[in-house]
Write a protein that binds this ligand. Structure first.
Ligand SMILES: C[S@@+](CC[C@H](N)C(=O)[O-])C[C@H]1O[C@@H](n2cnc3c(N)ncnc32)[C@H](O)[C@@H]1O
Length: 212
C-alpha cells in the first residue's frame, strides 16, 4: 500500500474543500452514527487506503460509503482502463453529489449490507477490491455483522481484498475491536499501515485478504 502520500485536496481545490467540509459536517449533525466523522478524509489517507488497484479489464472495485468522494477521486485516477467501479452510499445528499461530481462512475443509493443483491440487480461480477469508508466503530453489532458477511460473500475463494481505515483515537474502542475480531475470524491475511498522521484525525489503514 502507498503510505507515503503527497499533495492535498485543500491545496488543489480550496473552495471545494470548504464546501465539502461544511456539507459533510451538516450531514454528520443529522446522522452522526452512520456518517461517523466530522470531516471528509484527506488525500493522504485516500492515497494510502486505495493503494494500487491492479485490476484487469472487466474486473470490479466497489467502494462502501464514498461520502463526498475523497477516496473516489483517487480510485478514478488509478482505475485501469476497462476496469469497473461501483460506489454504495447510504446518504441521499452524498449520493446526489457523487453522481454530479463523477459522471463516469456508477453509484448506488443504499446500504453496503445489501451488496450481494445490489451486484446481482446490476449484473455485476464479484469485486476484486472493496474499499471502505464505513464508520465501523460507530455501527451497531448487527450492522457490522451484516456488512462483514457481505464482504466475505464477495471475496471468499478469490484473491481479492478489503481495505478500510480506523481512527487512531477510536482504535481501542470496544466496537472497533469487535469489528477487527470479526474480520480476523473470517480472513487469513491482515496488514496495518500507519497511522497516517497528516489526516485529521490520524488513522490506520487496514487490509484483509484470504476470505474464509
Ligand atoms: C466516515 S464517512 C467516510 C466518507 C468518505 N469515504 C471519506 O473518507 O471522507 C462514512 C460514510 O459511510 C456512509 N455509510 C454509512 N453507513 C453506510 C452503509 N450501510 N452503506 C453505505 N454507506 C454507508 C455514510 O453516509 C458516509 O458517507
Amino acid at each position: 500500500m502507498d503510505a507515503s502520500s503527497r499533495g492535498s485536496a485543500s491545496a488543489a481545490h480550496p473552495r471545494r474543500f470548504l464546501r465539502d467540509g461544511l456539507g459533510f459536517f451538516g450531514t454528520f449533525l443529522k446522522s452522526p452514527l452512520s456518517v461517523g466523522a466530522v470531516l471528509p478524509s484527506s488525500r493522504y489517507l485516500a492515497r494510502a487506503l486505495v493503494g494500487r488497484l491492479e485490476l484487469q479489464p472487466g474486473e470490479l472495485v466497489v467502494e462502501y460509503g464514498p461520502g463526498t468522494g475523497p477516496m473516489t477521486a483517487v480510485i478514478r485516477e488509478r482505475l485501469p482502463k476497462g476496469a469497473r467501479y461501483l460506489g454504495i452510499e447510504l446518504e441521499p445528499r452524498f449520493h446526489q453529489l457523487l453522481v454530479r461530481r463523477y459522471p463516469t462512475l456508477d453509484f448506488h443509493l443504499g446500504s453496503a449490507e445489501d451488496v450481494a443483491a445490489i451486484l446481482a440487480a446490476r449484473g455485476l461480477p464479484r469485486p476484486q477490491r472493496i474499499v471502505s469508508g464505513l464508520p465501523f466503530a460507530s455501527l451497531a453489532e448487527p450492522a457490522q455483522q451484516a456488512v462483514v458477511s457481505g464482504i466475505v460473500g464477495c471475496l471468499r475463494g478469490t484473491p481479492g481484498d478489503f481495505r478500510t481505515f480506523q481512527y487512531l483515537h477510536a482504535y481501542g474502542w470496544k466496537t472497533a475491536r469487535r469489528f477487527r475480531a470479526m474480520m480476523a475470524e473470517r480472513f487469513d491475511g491482515f496488514e496495518r499501515v500507519g497511522p497516517i498522521v497528516r489526516n485529521v484525525p490520524p488513522a490506520f489503514v487496514l487490509r484483509y485478504w484470504g476470505a474464509k
